[in-house]
Design a protein around this ligand. Structure first.
Ligand code: FAD
Length: 616
């Protein structure tokens, strides 16, 4: 423990002189604490390495980095059946004389089917390698770790924050008295800055190595930020207090290093103030602008405050520069067609100049370069999940729900367009940056069963993912034995514009039963949009909320069943549950997965959850 040699002796800065028989160099000490944190992160990276290696063995690994345009190549797989054709063959997708024995959503029908290449030779399926995210003996811990403490925050996240908190407490207090030594907290604050940067950049090495999108680190970025604010304020208040006590405030604060320190403190506090949920929700742009300006100012200010902090400042600048460079490389300017979809209350953005380079479930950031969005409209960039399949004919499709002023303006300018080939719409210039996020090291096609639960505009995630899985299945690259898609909407009319797409998907999924259930939570406005005897094979429409646990259980049953389907001979490789939509929906899904009996969970080889939440 520090011993106070002489409390009345004050150093030049006005602080008491502390002597310690075994003093610790603050700068070296916090550097070692940082190394410890890096070692912890390295352990996580190593634990996820087997999954990363499995990803490298699949075709998914080279997608998901750079958007591009490739010549469209129609699928040449021919599906051949042995009985009467049902559903009817799709032009171009099926051979003219192909047959199907039953509707694609009827389990067992796939045993009567064969995949043939264009020369008529049978395609031998090659399924992606499956590596579970955790070992069998760890599975009992996963459900409690996934459980929510407060909406949107899991026990695992809470544990990570607790560990981080205690590491910083140790860094702040070890051989240092918070009331007598001011420097330690200053060093702790600056030493955490590189983590703050690394956890927030869209293009970050940490995310690539761990197979996690930048948005998954956001909780830690926010928490670390708060601890930095605390440390920086304790550090400054300490000096202010002592200077005031010794009557040297004015003299000390006017020193250049103090002025730069004060600027750093103001930036830190302003960033904190404007990043509270009030600003993020009510005025996202103010939050964003203060964040960007604040962090750009902090770096030179911290350097000029104390030159010895240079390694941290340069590390942050390096991380930021790396991100900016990649943002530039990942940005594309194209003409997009925007169309209003009134039943879904959203704008469909079609970018035909980009048709490849993403993985299902990833998102891009959209900037509209049109005066229609107002003078400052071009300054805003908004994230949207890609709703189409990479390599498909549609190009890159986004569905932007009307939620606030920017998305409303986009909808309005789409409505102002005239009639085009595909309905009302108009062409505008857009900048697309990405792709980001997505499934990371998780390969959906490597599991035995999949359930997707999406709410409202979260359907974008499910559309691209299910389309991708169906296409992979036709090529013999998906192990999935069953796919269940649950879509929760407010109005049953939401199904109208997507019914043709859903029908096509169900028809194409000949080897894997695909069932789509749409639940509407409000009575239809006006006339009910479908006849009372709504019947579409593989698609159901029902009022109320889905019983997610029940659907997971029945999918699990199908995934473990050993019927006559061609995939029933395969080893059972787990169930994946994907969820996209509001935080509450993700929490419900996690709860439902947690309620699965351990024996059932082990029977299927574990249940993994992939969450995409529209917001942070
Ligand atoms: C990873 C991700 C994927 C998304 N995918 C889709 C999608 O496929 N379809 C869809 O309809 N919506 C999606 N969203 C939500 C969409 O980005 C917001 O609804 C949109 O940005 C709202 O903008 P606004 O100005 O119209 O609304 P506002 O009223 O300004 O904001 C509504 C909410 O969106 C958030 N928001 C506003 N601007 C931004 C921004 N630039 N970046 C991040 N969040 C912002 C605010 O925090 C606020 O809570 C996604 C969000 C994220 C984070």
């Amino acid at each position: 423990m520090s011993t106070l040699a002489d409390a009345n002796n004050l150093a030049a800065g006005g602080l008491p002189v502390i002597t310690d028989p075994d003093p610790v160099n603050d700068a070296t000490f916090v550097y070692h604490v940082d190394l410890f944190l890096v070692a912890l992160l390295a352990c996580v990276v190593v634990s996820r390495l087997p999954q990363a290696i499995a990803l490298f063995s699949s075709s998914d690994w080279y997608n998901g980095h750079f958007l591009r345009h490739v010549p469209y190549r129609r699928s040449t797989t021919i599906v051949q059946g042995f009985k009467n054709a049902y559903p009817p063959p799709l032009k171009g997708q099926w051979s003219e004389d192909s047959h199907s024995s039953a509707s694609s959503h009827t389990s067992g029908s796939s045993s009567k089917m064969k995949r043939l290449d264009r020369h008529g030779a049978q395609i031998v399926p090659i399924y992606p390698t499956h590596i579970a995210s955790c070992m069998r003996f760890v599975r009992p811990l996963v459900a409690p770790l996934r459980a929510r403490i407060v909406p949107g925050y899991s026990v695992a996240q809470f544990l990570i924050m607790t560990i981080y908190f205690w590491v910083l407490i140790y860094a702040s207090f070890y051989k240092s008295n918070l009331f007598l030594a001011a420097d330690r907290t200053g060093w702790v604050a600056i030493a955490q800055l590189p983590f703050i940067f690394a956890l927030s950049q869209k293009n970050n090495l940490l995310g690539w190595l761990m197979g996690l999108g930048y948005e998954k680190f956001n909780f830690l970025h926010r928490f670390a930020g708060r601890l930095i604010v605390l440390a920086a304020n304790i550090h400054s208040i300490h000096y202010f207090y002592v200077w005031s006590l010794t009557g040297t405030f004015q003299q000390n604060i006017l020193r250049p290093s103090s002025i730069w320190g004060l600027i750093t403190l103001i930036c830190v506090d302003l960033i904190f103030f404007f990043s509270t949920s009030f600003w993020r929700q009510k005025a996202y742009n103010i939050f964003l602008v203060t964040h960007i300006i604040g962090f750009i100012l902090i770096l030179p200010a911290a350097y000029l405050h104390k030159v010895a902090m240079a390694p941290y400042v340069f590390t942050c600048a390096g991380i930021m520069g790396f991100d900016l460079l990649f943002r530039l490389v990942k940005s594309r300017i194209h003409t997009a067609t925007i169309r209003p979809i009134s039943q879904l209350d959203l704008t469909r953005v079609e970018v035909h100049g980009i048709n490849a380079g993403w993985r299902a479930g990833q998102h891009v950031r959209l900037r509209v370069l049109s005066m229609g969005m107002g003078w400052w409209g071009w300054t805003e960039i908004h994230p949207f999940t890609i709703a189409s399949m990479s390599g498909g004919q549609e190009g890159l499709v986004l569905m932007c729900k009307k939620t606030g002023s920017w998305t409303k303006k986009l909808y309005e300018i789409a409505k102002e367009g005239g009639y085009t080939e595909g309905g009302v719409g108009r062409d505008i210039k857009v900048m697309i940056e990405g792709p980001y996020g997505g499934p990371g090291h998780t390969i959906f096609a490597s599991f035995s069963g999949a359930v997707f639960v999406v709410g409202g505009s979260g359907i974008t995630f499910a559309l691209s993912t299910v389309q991708d899985l169906v296409q992979k299945d036709l090529k013999g690259q998906s192990r999935l034995k069953i796919i269940e898609l649950i879509w929760v909407v407010q109005d049953p009319a939401s199904l109208v514009p997507l019914l043709p797409t859903f029908t096509t998907l169900v028809q194409q999924s000949v080897f894997t039963p695909l069932h789509i259930s749409v639940y509407y939570t409000r009575a239809a406005v006006g006339k009910f949009p479908f006849p009372p005897d709504f019947y579409h094979p593989g698609i159901s429409l029902a009022p109320g909320r889905p019983r997610i646990a029940k659907v997971i259980d029945s999918t699990l049953c199908r995934a473990v069943s050993l019927g006559s389907g061609i995939k029933d001979k395969e080893r059972i490789m787990g169930l994946v549950v994907g969820v996209c939509g509001p935080v509450e929906l993700a929490d419900d899904v996690v709860k439902a997965v947690g309620s699965v009996e351990p024996t059932r969970r082990d029977q299927v080889g574990g249940i993994e959850v992939h969450e995409e939440v529209f917001g942070w």
